[in-house]
Design a protein around this ligand. Sequence first.
Ligand SMILES: [Mg+2]
Length: 267
Amino acid sequence: MVTEKPLAGVRGMIVDMDGVLWHGEAALSGLTDFFRVLRERSIPFILMTNNSSKKPDEYVAKLERMGVRVSAEEILTCAEATAQYLATSAPEGTRVFVIGEEGLIHAITHRKFTLLAAYESGAQFVVCGMDSGISWDKLATATINLRGGAKLVGTNPDAAFPTERGIVHGNGAILAALQTASGVTPVIVGKPEPYMYREAISRLGIDSNEIVAVGDRLETDILGAVRAGIRSLLILSGVSTTDELAALDYQPTWVMKDLSELTDAIA
Ligand SMILES: [Mg+2]
């Protein structure tokens, strides 16, 4: 049950994007007002996503098309968080085999890790994010390296991924295949695990008690906030509905209808 005044004591925000700020290419109502009020009230924010395929700059450009200006440092993708995780775990030059798209490849090469090509061995890490060009050769190279002692790092554990043709396998399904093939359990960086939240909290630079995580998906955005020990706000403009709340052993701190209601609460 909601017991606290809406957003009491909140000074910073971690905000999910799809389903909160937009649906696909369509900005949700109240988007520009929300960011105007965040800036006017000097509320720092991190926009955080389990999508590893795009670079932060692409989100900056997308928001600019929607009339909102943010910096690349205000965007945290699970690809960037994964590269940060590697940087805190291993030195530059460490050999990494990556299954993933441009956002992940860019984040990892930017940190000066050495990327292995197909059938090269000796990786210390196999990193797996969404890759629409997944192939036998990539899965085989990952498996050979995992069986050779590499650690497995997953950008996100999503079981399913929505496309125009229907729901297809998400990155969690590929991680399960690699785990089955190698016996190696992955470390997961993205939601609902706490690592990416901790990175966002660190970037915000304020006490975690003063931060709220805003999202439209209970099993990722809200569960992740609970695991990271911060308060959460479920927005009903996306995937999850209030009908699902009764069956859960965790709850969002607050529930709101849409971005306009959130904007009113911080104005
Ligand atoms: Mg979402």
